[in-house]
Design a protein around this ligand. Structure first.
Ligand SMILES: NC(=O)c1ccc[n+]([C@@H]2O[C@H](COP(=O)([O-])OP(=O)(O)OC[C@H]3O[C@@H](n4cnc5c(N)ncnc54)[C@H](O)[C@@H]3O)[C@@H](O)[C@H]2O)c1
Ligand SMILES: [Zn+2]
Ligand SMILES: [Zn+2]
Length: 371
């Protein structure tokens, strides 16, 4: 079938809106009509060409919500008409990782997903006869996409796709990092570095966990207003200080914060986030994706004196098991999604979404396929 899609033909070039061909779902696969998709910094990262695993030409996008149109052979957990969120972290329920009870990092489709193809090693997308790569197992920048059955969370059909698409990545990652990875407790102090979609979701999660002081840190002070609305209590622009930001935070708190979160992808800030964690027990969670080949460093003494360095993908959330409940929470107002959506636009204007992100003017731009 034909589908409108925004294709990244080459790194560091605007996406091109074209009509691509989408082949039918094979065994264990599902054809999904995407209703809405967010644009995440990770899409911009891959498009920039700095992603070591980036492949071109590719259909990007991994923060979507849609409806099942057709299922391949053997698919039993979803049927046409079901509302779904595609998952870049699959959940097969059977692999060593799924059954460990220790991680959300299912390996069922990992190897082929990283190579931009479906589990049988081929692509369902082509343009003028040339195959296009899939992206993160989702490719939500195509109106019709093919996804593995294990990469779909079935959600309440009454939910608003323009909002719950954000649970496909940013908001789930931030909230999940607070509850699953850091396990923030009532009264704990928290520092959040970077106030994009991810950082603001961390703040929302910290407020749910009844954290005490919540420090919001960004070099763009325009982000503080929304951070405050989500529950941050202290606002820091590193540009206002001569001293390293970790020192500033330690001076403001005595011994540092119980939890810090890096939501930028900057290895220098990752170091600062670790070093502002409380002596004896503070922990720092890396969420941001750093550029190819970059490394983190600190003095080992920082760890010897009780700090812990952690990282998280998709906030440690098991998509098929936990995402439907998070959609219910959003519908019940326990997770606020609307404030994240600062811009909406048709697919034709998707390059504007990238511009707004780079200019620091948006939190999330949400694309709609049908007016
Ligand atoms: N681990 C995961 O599962 C996961 C999931 C989604 C996104 N990510 C990553 O999380 C990061 C954030 O994503 P986003 O969509 O919120 O991005 P974003 O671009 O919307 O937000 C980043 C924020 O960081 C601020 N910033 C930049 N440099 C800074 C500095 N030196 N000090 C303080 N603030 C600074 C920017 O002003 C901006 O507000 C990206 O690296 C993205 O790739 C990771
Ligand atoms: Zn993302
Ligand atoms: Zn698995």
């Amino acid at each position: 079938m034909k589908s409108r899609a925004a294709v990244a033909f080459k790194p560091n070039q605007p996406l091109e809106i074209v009509e691509i061909d989408v082949a039918p779902p094979q065994a264990g696969e599902v054809l999904v009509k995407i209703l809405n998709t967010g644009v995440c910094h990770t899409d911009a990262f891959t498009l920039s060409g700095n992603d070591p695993e980036g492949l071109f030409p590719v259909v990007l996008g991994h923060e979507g919500a849609g409806i099942v149109m057709e299922v391949g052979e053997g698919v039993t957990s979803v049927k046409p008409g079901d509302h779904v969120i595609p998952l870049y972290t699959a959940e097969c329920g059977k692999c060593e990782f799924c059954t460990s009870g220790k991680t959300n990092l299912c390996i069922a489709v990992r190897a082929t997903q990283g190579k931009g193809v479906m589990p049988d090693g081929t692509s369902r997308f082509s343009y003028k006869g040339q195959p296009l790569y899939h992206y993160m197992g989702c490719s939500t920048f195509s109106e019709y996409t093919v996804v593995a059955e294990v990469s779909l969370a079935k959600i309440n059909p009454q939910s608003n796709p323009e909002h719950v698409c954000l649970l496909g990545c940013g908001v789930t990652t931030g909230i999940g990092a607070v509850h699953n990875t850091a396990k923030v407790q009532e009264g704990d102090s928290v520092a959040v570095f970077g106030l994009g979609g991810i950082g603001l979701a961390v703040i929302q999660g910290a407020r749910q966990a009844k954290a005490g002081r919540i420090f919001a840190i960004d070099t763009n002070p325009d982000k503080f207003e929304l951070a405050k609305a989500f529950g941050a209590t202290d606002f820091i622009n590193p540009k206002d200080y001569e001293a390293p930001i970790q020192q500033v935070i330690i001076e403001m708190t005595g011994w540092g914060v119980d939890h810090s979160f890096e939501c930028i992808g900057n290895v220098e800030v990752m170091r600062a986030a670790l070093e502002c964690a409380h002596r004896g027990w503070g922990q720092s969670v890396i969420i941001g994706v750093a550029g190819a080949g970059q490394e983190i460093s600190t003095r080992p003494f920082q760890l010897v004196t009780g700090r812990t360095w952690k990282g998280t993908a998709f906030g440690g959330v098991k998509g098929r098991t936990q995402l439907p409940g998070m959609v219910e929470d959003a519908m019940a107002g326990k997770i606020e999604l609307a404030p994240f959506v600062t811009h909406t636009m048709p697919l034709e204007d998707i390059n504007t979404a990238f511009d707004l992100m780079h200019e620091g003017k948006s939190i999330r731009s949400v694309i709609h396929y049908t007016p």
